[in-house]
Design a binder for this molecule. Structure first.
Ligand code: ZN
Length: 439
């Protein structure tokens, strides 16, 4: 068998047509979902990029692997079992087309082939799907007859949302520069807002006033990535290995468009950022068209892959194998999901099937109350904070969370909550850069 991971940075679940989006953004991913299992509530354990990927690679929660922020000083723990190493030891040829190595060198661990298209680029520029596919398809052609683990990390839906010219008219019906449109005004008053409107928006459209135009650009990038993924899926068919390849499509974290006054960024533990797509296809093993509502997290993929390959799951893994859910033997693998962010603001959240409680350790760019409670069934947009009105439920969830935290801290010999100990990292640096830019 083979395992192919299609990892799309900054892909929020509800912008895929497979997840009910109003535009046809993802025909290839929709096909994958129709032929496999779609997880309706896949949530980050840590966000953004570095914590999310570390949780994927180790099967552990950020409290256990220690990478709680992007851009923090901590390195990946050397001794912690890492997915590609475990699969290489089982005889899989391991390969990645990715540039996470540029963030932390440990992201290349366990790969026999680590192909980094970022090396040829100037710092700060993201790899395009076209550059990625050129390398991935030629690698697939050369290694199709070996059992492989191939990890492809697409970046196109990440800001600055600049898809190739041929996608630029999709998914938009408005007037981009209508002077009466004030949908970007709040953004311009925010820290960094002016920087972005001055440097990035002019590349999208001169005199841009419509936030929906930026949303459309994000969706165009999704469609561009989807077309590239379609090409990879067609290559599997052409090489005759689609049937023996377990394909996993995932996002590392989502993206807020304008929700909660978070503009085109991935901070905040609200659903647009927290909830990611997760689709698994493995013909003859995974029933086609299954939709699974259970709460699952990135940590679950390592035990799922290891079980599929008959590999022993290492001690200390927090994730749960998804096979019992896929086979319909159980309807849930955890009573609640816990997630953290410590990049722009330091916050935890505990999410049950119906509710979410967010607990701030250190406020970030937004003047949010230190505790937010949402009823996701009644208020999916998380617009009504019930923390005061339903304080008994908020207290109950907070106690559940604190019990979880104390148990994990005890197990990993932590003296302090890492979000308090490490504090906000990237947010601080960016704010300092913004001041320098203005000065
Ligand atoms: Zn990311």
């Amino acid at each position: 068998m083979n395992i192919l991971v299609l990892d799309v940075d900054t892909l929020r679940a509800d912008h895929l047509s497979a997840y009910g989006y109003r535009y046809p953004t993802t025909p290839a991913m929709d096909r994958l979902a129709a032929e496999g299992a779609l997880f309706e509530n896949a949530l980050c354990a840590g966000l953004p990029t570095a914590p999310a990927h570390t949780s994927f690679y180790t099967g552990r929660h950020p409290i256990a692997h220690g990478i709680v922020s992007h851009g923090g000083a901590r390195d990946l723990p050397d001794m912690m079992p890492f997915l590609p190493e475990l699969l290489a030891a089982q005889g899989f040829t391991t390969a990645a087309v990715d540039n996470l190595y540029d963030n932390k060198k440990g992201f290349a661990r366990g790969y026999e082939y680590y192909i980094n298209p970022g090396l040829k680029r100037k710092a700060g520029l993201l790899i395009t799907a076209e550059e990625l596919n050129a390398r991935a398809i030629s690698w697939l052609r050369q290694h199709a007859d070996e059992p492989f683990f191939l990890f492809l990390h697409y970046w196109d839906p990440h800001t600055p949302y600049l898809p190739p010219e041929r996608y630029r008219d999709l998914f938009y019906e408005g007037v981009p520069d209508d002077p009466d449109n004030d949908s970007l005004d709040v953004m311009q008053r925010q820290p960094l807002g002016d920087l972005w409107t001055e440097t990035w928006f002019p590349k999208l459209h001169p005199d841009l006033t419509d936030a929906d135009y930026v949303r459309a650009a994000y969706d165009q990038c999704i469609r561009y990535t989807d077309d590239a993924i379609g090409e990879i899926l067609n290559t599997l068919e052409e090489l005759g290995i689609a049937g023996e390849t377990l394909v996993a499509l995932m996002g590392d974290h989502g993206e807020s468009m304008t929700e909660h006054d978070i503009y085109f960024e991935h901070h905040g533990l609200y659903e647009p950022t927290l909830r990611v797509p997760l689709i698994l296809r493995w013909p003859d093993t995974i029933p086609a068209g299954r939709r699974i509502p259970a709460l699952v997290q990135h940590t679950d993929l390592l035990p799922t892959f290891l079980e599929a390959t008959g590999t022993k799951i290492p001690e200390g893994v927090d994730g749960h194998s998804l096979w019992p859910l896929i086979r319909g033997e159980v309807t849930s693998v955890r009573p609640f999901a816990i997630a953290e962010e410590c990049t722009w603001q330091a916050a935890w959240c505990i999410r049950t099937e119906r509710h979410k409680l967010i607990l701030y350790r250190q406020p970030g760019l937004h003047n949010t109350p230190m505790r937010e409670l949402y009823d996701l069934a009644a208020d999916p947009g998380e617009t009504r904070n019930l923390a005061l009105e339903e304080w008994e439920l908020a207290d109950h969830l907070e106690r559940e969370f604190e019990r979880w935290l104390r148990e994990k801290m005890h197990r990993h010999s932590l003296i302090e909550d890492p979000l308090i100990e490490q504090g906000i990292t990237l947010g601080k640096r960016w704010l300092a850069e913004r001041d320098r830019f203005k000065g």
